[in-house]
Design a protein around this ligand. Sequence first.
Ligand code: PAZ
Length: 387
Amino acid sequence: MSSDGGSNNINTLHKTQSSPAIENAIDRSAPNFTAALEKDETSYFDTNPPPPELEEFSQAAEAFVKLHCEHQRRVVLVTSGGTTVPLENQTVRFIDNFSAGTRGATSAEYFLEAGYAVIFLHRQFSLLPYSRHYSHSTNCFLDFLSEAAPTDAGSRKNSIVAREEYTAKMLSVLRKYKHAKRENLLLLLPFTTITSYLFLLKELAMKMRPLGGKALFYLAAAVSDFFVPRERMAEHKIQSGDFAEKDGEMELINPTAPGAGKKLIIDLDPVPKFLKRLVESWAPAAMIVSFKLETDSKLLLTKCRLALKRYSHHLVIGNLLQTRKYEVVFVDPESNYWLRLPQSTEEENGGKFASKQDSEIEALIVPEVVRRHGALIWDVVAATRSS
Ligand code: PAZ
């Protein structure tokens, strides 16, 4: 495999160029990013392989939806974490999307509190509802434990207890977690790649159809915009030099040729914009909320409005990378509505922004989404009665 793309199966934008200019990184001659049509859906799902766990997850979702339909419960599909774009079929390297899964995991807890059953479609090993409070990346769970003193009432020798100062919060989290498990209110389904995510999103949407308007899609995952289509993906680990078989062995060829082993140029296709298919075909009766992440504050509202216009769903929640934990904007066809946590100043907080009472913005986001979902359900009921 050549690293300048000359003879490999990862195509390049400019095959003959050994040092392409940065302005060529985006191919402006490619067709515009438009909403996916039915033919794009057929083509994508026919040419990319489904994840091996599709059938198992599908059955689990079907049983979950049946149970909660019987209880007339609302069900929310929360997507969370970033999707990967593998560069090789036997994947060593991949491109990733930013997201720790905080938004999704935290929101899932508030939805459970609001009486929803939650299907949590998340990036494998990203944050999970409840256990997120004691994760390696924020708080190591070991810091919450201590060895029980031999004098502790009822404690045995060599046993472990939660440290006194953390017990109240831990007990509250533990009770909620146990309740969700006991009542079968939380279905955890992991994905890793963009393709797995899309297969699962479509499948879960189909399985949620019996819920009608009681289904809510809360799409907080950070989904890749670009990918390497299956037919162009390298099978094995991409090498930095060219190898050829000689006398039954592989050997490096042309190691000193100009440009050999210097650059890897990856040609990525746009991921079809399936949100339109979700709205129109996969889940036409559900409420659909998408998130939009930007880093340039001047672009945020424009991008949210564009998404709403392009996909015709109910709500876009916009957030900026820098302030996503403290403020978001709800953009619907009528208005923009900012939700903000009170912040402490940078000085108060050693040069960092932080929310005042250690509160979470999801505690504001989720009730507002739930309220809007309720209103939508009532509108449909009222329209059905009057017709
Ligand atoms: O998972 P996290 O809390 O670190 O980040 C959440 C988020 C910024 C990924 C999410 O709020 C979001 O905006 N998701 C959509 C990203 C996108 O525009 O594709």
